[in-house]
Design a protein around this ligand. Structure first.
Ligand code: ADP
Ligand code: GN1
Ligand code: MG
Length: 347
C-alpha cells in the first residue's frame, strides 16, 4: 500500500495507512503523513470495467468548474495524471476532508435538508456539461428492466435454500415490477430529461462541515454520468427517511419519517426553476423507483451468493433487500400524504 501511496504527490512522509469508511464497493484507506491526511481508494474492477473513465469524468467536472467548492480535488501522481494501476486495480487519492462528517442515517430534519441542498447544488453546478461527454462508468446503471432481468437470471440459478429463504421477497418483487413503467414512460416521451446526475446520492456520500453546515462536499463520484433527476432525489429518500442502517436486523425499526421527507423536499426545491412538470409530479414515484431497484439488486446479489456488495455476515444481502422492501411498504402506506407534501415544494 505504501508503494502505491508514494506514487502520489503527497505532502510529508507517510506515517500510517488504515482501512477506512463504510462503502459497499471500493477499498478505502486513510493515509496519514507528517503533514496531511488523505483518502486512498482502490476502484473495484469487477464492478467498474473501465475505471479510467471515472477519472476522466471527474477531470471533466473540474475542467468545467475549476473553482467549485462542491467536490474534492484529485491528488496528482508524481508521474502526472491522477491514478496509479497496480495488480489490475486503479488507485486514486483525494485529500481527507478535515472537520467534515458524514452520516450513516439521518437523526434530525436539518441534516436531510442540508444533504438535499448539497446534491441539488452538485447537479446545478455541473448542469452545463454536455451529458454525452460523460463516460458511462457502469452502463445502464439504473435501468429498471435490466435490473429486473438480472434478478430473474440470479433467481434461476440460485440455491434451493436461498430461493426458499427469500420466497416472500421474490413475490414482492414480482408484484411491484410495474413501478419501473411509470418513470420509463415519462423518459421515453422526453417529459423527464437526461441530465448530469450523481447516481449514488446515499446520505453518507455527502460530507458536511461540522463548524458550518452550509459548507459541504459531495463525494463518491464514481457513478456521475447521464441520468435523471429522480434517481438522485429518490436515492436520497431511500437512505434518509428511516433512521436505520441498510442492514438493520429488526425489520420493525424500518419507518418512513415524513418530517425527513419534507426536509428533503424543502432542500431540493432549489431545483424547482429547472424542473419539468413531469419531474415535479413524479417525485414520490422516483423514490419508489430507487427503493425498489436497490432492493432487487440486493436480492439478486443474495441469489448470486454475494458477488457484488461487500457483506459482513452471510444473510446480509437478504436483510438489506428485506429492509428496502419494508421501506417501500411503509412508503405505500402514506403515498397520498407524501404526494401532498411534494406538491407543496415542487410547483
Ligand atoms: P464507497 O464507494 O466505497 O462508498 P466512498 O468514497 O463513499 O466509498 O467513501 C466511504 C466513506 O469514507 C464515506 O461515506 C465517508 O464517510 C468517508 N470518506 C470518503 N472520502 C472522504 C474524504 N475525502 N474525507 C473524509 N471522509 C471521507
Ligand atoms: C453502492 O459505493 P456505495 O456503497 O456508496 C452502490 C449503489 C447502491 C448502494 C447501496 C457502484 O454504493 O448503487 O445504491 O451501494 N454503488 C455501486 O447501499 O453499485
Ligand atoms: Mg460511498
Amino acid at each position: 500500500m505504501k508503494e502505491i501511496a508514494n506514487q502520489f504527490d503527497l505532502k510529508g512522509d507517510i506515517l500510517s495507512i488504515e482501512p477506512f469508511g463504510n462503502g459497499h464497493i471500493n477499498r478505502t484507506f486513510l493515509v496519514k503523513t507528517t503533514d496531511a491526511n488523505y483518502v486512498l481508494q482502490g476502484i473495484n474492477g469487477n464492478i467498474f470495467k473501465t475505471p479510467d473513465s471515472i477519472i476522466q469524468n471527474i477531470e471533466l467536472l473540474w475542467e468545467t468548474e475549476p473553482n467549485n467548492h462542491v467536490i474534492l480535488p484529485m491528488v496528482a501522481t508524481k508521474a502526472g495524471g491522477y491514478s496509479v494501476t497496480a495488480d489490475n486495480v486503479l488507485w486514486r487519492v483525494v485529500p481527507f476532508a478535515e472537520g467534515f462528517t458524514s452520516y450513516e442515517f439521518i437523526e434530525e430534519p436539518w441534516q436531510a435538508e442540508k444533504a438535499a441542498v448539497a446534491f441539488a447544488t452538485f447537479m446545478k453546478t455541473f448542469a452545463n456539461i454536455d451529458t454525452s461527454r460523460l463516460k458511462a462508468t457502469i452502463p445502464n446503471f439504473h435501468d429498471g428492466y435490466l435490473r429486473y432481468q438480472q434478478l430473474e437470471d440470479a433467481y434461476a440459478q440460485a440455491s434451493a435454500i436461498r430461493k426458499d429463504k427469500a420466497k416472500d421477497l421474490y413475490a414482492f418483487a414480482q408484484s411491484h415490477k410495474v413501478i419501473f413503467d411509470i418513470i420509463q414512460k415519462e423518459v421515453d416521451a422526453q417529459r423527464i430529461p437526461i441530465r448530469v446526475t450523481h447516481n449514488d446520492t446515499k446520505i453518507n456520500n455527502v460530507l458536511i462541515n461540522k463548524a458550518n453546515p452550509d459548507d459541504f462536499r459531495v463525494i463518491d463520484l464514481d457513478t456521475v454520468m447521464q441520468g435523471i433527476l429522480l434517481y438522485d432525489f429518490g436515492d436520497m429518500v431511500r437512505t434518509s427517511v428511516s433512521p436505520t442502517e441498510e442492514n438493520e436486523a429488526d425489520e420493525s425499526k424500518i419507518i418512513f419519517n415524513t418530517d425527513f421527507f419534507e426536509a428533503l423536499c424543502k432542500g431540493y426545491s432549489v431545483m424547482n426553476p429547472v424542473m419539468t412538470q413531469s419531474e415535479k409530479e413524479n417525485i414520490v414515484n422516483g423514490a419508489k423507483y430507487m427503493i425498489f431497484i436497490i432492493g432487487i439488486r440486493f436480492l439478486a446479489d443474495y441469489y448470486n451468493n454475494d458477488v457484488y456488495y461487500k457483506i459482513s455476515f452471510p444473510e446480509e444481502n437478504y436483510i438489506r433487500a428485506r429492509n428496502q422492501f419494508a421501506l417501500l411498504k411503509r412508503l405505500e402506506e402514506k403515498e397520498e400524504e407524501l404526494k401532498a407534501i411534494a406538491k407543496k415544494y415542487f410547483k
